[in-house]
Write a protein that binds this ligand. Structure first.
Ligand code: ASP
Length: 340
């Protein structure tokens, strides 16, 4: 049987960092060190190829331009490999995974993002296990078909649907959670796949969308938020959409000025997408009086979508020039399993 072929794409992040001797801060190092650090990679019964960014980046420098480059790399190499593993900093990994999930329509091969909390060069690193298991998962096949044909994050023994994840811990090795969707696999002695939760192969041709529009803003409300703050966010130049981070099940202040400002923005064609500040659970506009008015003026409820996926989805839909008429329907339905 032919060995599965996996392409590693190294973007940067802690996994490939080393300590600068003088400043003691972490800096990206050359990709060549990665295979040196994990000689076990050569022992896997998997054909590994690798592409490294010329200049590896800390994922805080991630942006839509890099997402487009990554989607392009996957498209170019799609027919040559059985799966892809992206090494990426954990800080913005959930955003990248979400963006790629929308950009890669009809994805029928695994795209697994992984990274680490401690650099590979450090003895207690979590990077080694993360990388080796991510590669094994990307190569896993059943009845000749890839087991996980979707964009995922693998971190600390758990495989998550990428657009359902959130980095919630800056200290623990278990840095991610997927509060509103079951994990796709758990790695112990064996890797146990949760087949019911994993997307099925659809045999359609991959369509790569490379237009994203980042003319969006976040408005995270808090008790006492001032009119001038809300006004300035909504007055941002070229603004097309706002992720409104609300309390609980999608609730916000009932002050007339607040509702009026949102209403006027919606009249101007700005899309307002209501996402909860809570880690788990969903927006249900109309459940309380404090969200009924939001629903009435045309704020769109994001159900249980994560903040990261909401941002990526808006950039994607605006990039496709989706019409204002279609956007509410698209935002409230699941395009890539990102909401329930
Ligand atoms: N700052 C790093 C990054 O996101 C942290 C990590 O790799 O986990 O690139």
């Amino acid at each position: 049987m032919k060995k599965p072929s996996i392409l590693l794409i190294y973007t940067g992040g802690t996994i490939g960092m080393m300590e600068d001797v003088r400043s003691k801060s972490l800096k990206p190092f050359d990709f060549k060190h990665l295979t040196k650090q994990i000689p076990e990679l050569k022992k896997l019964n998997i054909e590994l190829s690798a592409i490294a960014f010329d200049k590896p980046i800390d994922s805080s420098d991630m942006n839509p331009g890099v997402w487009i480059k990554l989607a392009g790399l996957i498209e170019e190499n799609y027919s040559k490999h059985d799966g892809f593993v992206l090494l990426h900093g954990s800080d913005t990994m959930a955003y990248t995974a979400s963006a790629l999930s929308f950009m890669l329509e009809n994805l029928n091969k695994p795209v697994i993002l992984t990274g680490s909390q401690l650099p590979l060069g450090i003895i207690r690193t979590d990077g080694k296990e993360n990388l080796i298991t991510a590669i094994e998962i990307a190569a896993e096949r059943k009845n000749g078909k890839p087991v996980v044909p979707e964009v995922c994050i693998y971190f600390e023994y758990q495989l998550y649907r990428g657009n359902r994840t959130h980095k919630y811990n800056a200290e623990h090795f278990q840095a991610f959670q997927s509060a509103n969707y079951p994990i796709l696999a758990e790695a112990g002695v064996h890797i146990k796949f949760n087949y019911n939760a994993i997307r099925k192969v659809n045999n359609k041709k991959l369509v790569v969308h490379t237009k994203l529009d980042s003319d969006i803003a976040i408005l995270k409300i808090f008790p006492g938020i001032s009119k001038s703050v809300v006004e300035s966010v909504l007055a941002a130049r070229h603004l097309k959409a706002v992720v409104l981070e609300t309390f609980g099940a999608g609730n916000g202040p009932t002050d007339t000025w607040f509702v009026e400002l949102l209403k006027n923005a919606i009249k101007r064609g700005v899309v307002i997408y209501n996402v909860t500040q809570c880690n788990a659970g969903a927006v249900e506009q109309g459940k309380y009086e404090t969200s009924t008015q939001l629903k009435k003026i045309g704020v769109i409820g994001g159900a249980d979508i994560t903040y990261e996926a909401a941002i990526a989805k808006l950039m994607f839909l605006l990039g496709q020039n989706s019409s204002l008429k279609d956007i509410p329907r698209l935002l409230t339905s699941s395009l890539r399993g990102e909401l329930t």
